[in-house]
Design a protein around this ligand. Sequence first.
Ligand SMILES: [Fe+2]
Length: 437
Amino acid sequence: MGCCQYFDASAEGGADSFTVEMPRVTFGRGTRHEAGPRARDRGIRRAALFTDPMLADSAFVADVRASLRAAGVDVAVFAEVRIEPSDRSVVEAIAFLDDGDFDGVVSVGGGSVMDTAKAAMVYAHHPAEFTTYFAAPAGDGVAIPGPVLPHIACPTTSGTGSEMTGLAVIRLVDLGTKFVLASRFILPDEAIIDPAAIETLPSEVVAASGFDLLSHALETYTARAYTRWPKTAAPSARPMIQGANPWSDLSAREALRLAGRYLERGVRDAGDREAHDNLSWAASLAGMAFGNCGTHLPHAFSYAVTHLVRDFRMAHYPSAESPFVPHGVSVIVNAPSVYRFTAAAAPERHLEAAGFLGADLRDATPDDAGEIVAGHIVRMMRATHIPNGLGGVGFTADDADALAASALRQRRAIGNAPCAVSADDAAQIFASAMRYW
Ligand SMILES: [Fe+2]
């Protein structure tokens, strides 16, 4: 069933090929100690190690540093990464790279750390006005012209998947919103995923990052098929946000199964190693999936949520500069309403995805698809104490038009939805996302 949509006669005239981009992947407990030998084997002699102020003194970062030093790799640490990085915060990281005579980068942290490292390398090596390499309407849409430094990415959360993608999400301060920088040149060369990193995370972080990974996989599986995007003129112009394809299906499917089985367990029990190992692997699988497909409405809409949030603070969430909605929360509070809207365009895909997550599909018909997906997500949100929709993070129905106007600037992600979305549709989806229970 999964591949049929790619060979549908109605897609004639669309793209007829897709590209898969992947770093070398090393997964397992203890692999943080491989950072040094792997950097040395790539010819790195002096590495810039990116991390954030909360992790800088952690045992995990100390282990990575020790591994690099033992392998003869000189290390300088940049620990000033801000949560939700912006064009302004990345400037400090660019200056750090400019001054350091580095021949490689090691990033140790969550999405903010890895994305800061990616963006800083771009502008350190290919200087330009900051918006140059962002797609319209945020920027000029100029392709990043060439390679940057070798990059070894070591994630410390189980959600972002940034270690697997040629994407970096950066807030452009003048526009107030996050936008995506995309290029195969910012795909890390290596991903070292050590699940021991997430053992020390508070349950709120495991929950938020778990819903981020779940949504990466679910958006990928229900995205517009690549064959329904236009053909690209040149192979090098094929975007990374290319639509759903057999490769992204493969990893999204397994990420959904693992998220369905382990997300609640991982949130509930800080000592559940089996759950945390599987969530780490699921996050990287989901990264493989959306890094070669692109997300769609829940992520596009999440950027409007973080843009327009007023005074919400997530209880027990560390490192939050207020106001702040954790990324995974900003995504999932929109998701049930989105799938109620998109399911009619691809009901079999929505039903399959719900089944992978563990929903009961007995007697389900295509007309039930949106409600089944939405109902299952809502059940998981309630079980893990996620805020109750947009109302739970401080919005009211009066905000729906402004949220829609902000979200619609994310053109490529909006275009990656399985159906067209008008401004009225977007406002209606936001209005219906205010409260789920
Ligand atoms: Fe995400």
